[in-house]
Ligand binder design. Sequence first.
Ligand code: 5GP
Length: 202
Amino acid sequence: MSRTGELFVIAGPSGGGKTSLFRAVLDRFDHLALSVSDTTRPPRATETDGEQYCFLSRDEFEEGIQAGRYLEYAQVYGHYYGTSKDRVQTLWDQGKDVILEIDIQGAEQVAERYPEAASIFILPPSLAVLAQRLRDRGLDDEAVMARRLGEARSEIEAAAGFDWIVVNDDFDQALAQLSGIIEAWPARVARHRQRIRDLLAE
Ligand code: 5GP
């Protein structure tokens, strides 16, 4: 891959509000685009192939792994999910910056392989708030909720390895902070070393 744009990675425990924040920044910034992931999870009734995900068989996905087609991939709840290198490159070639909303294992792989990416962890203000949000969603029974909370604990341990942490207490404040990170990230020194060299060579 020949990077021409930025890569932002958003992760965090489920119920922490990462999906709402992700959608809100996508709406706010025209230069941001999401890369549609591949998955082996069956489509839900509301989902269309190529829109929310590209739905593949396990064989197709594993072929993709062998062929080195994924920037990162992971198994979540028994299904593969992965980010296609080609799709990210195509968006960069169109002049877009790319934003991914992926699980923690995937975010860690991106950080390792592409240290130029900005990794952002969406942290709930407390486990009590997270539990309340999961309850309010009303999607899970008590047993699933208890499992999600257990998972959230171990996911939160990974937060310290990220570049940025946005505490999602108040949504608008969290959105403002996330927007600030996205705006400031291209100004980091590492992005401009060549420019400095060119300038001094004039
Ligand atoms: P869902 O099946 O509910 O759409 O997504 C389940 C989980 O998979 C979410 O935590 C989501 O962030 C994660 N996910 C979605 N796409 C990708 C991807 O391309 N790579 C990785 N590692 N995780 C993904």
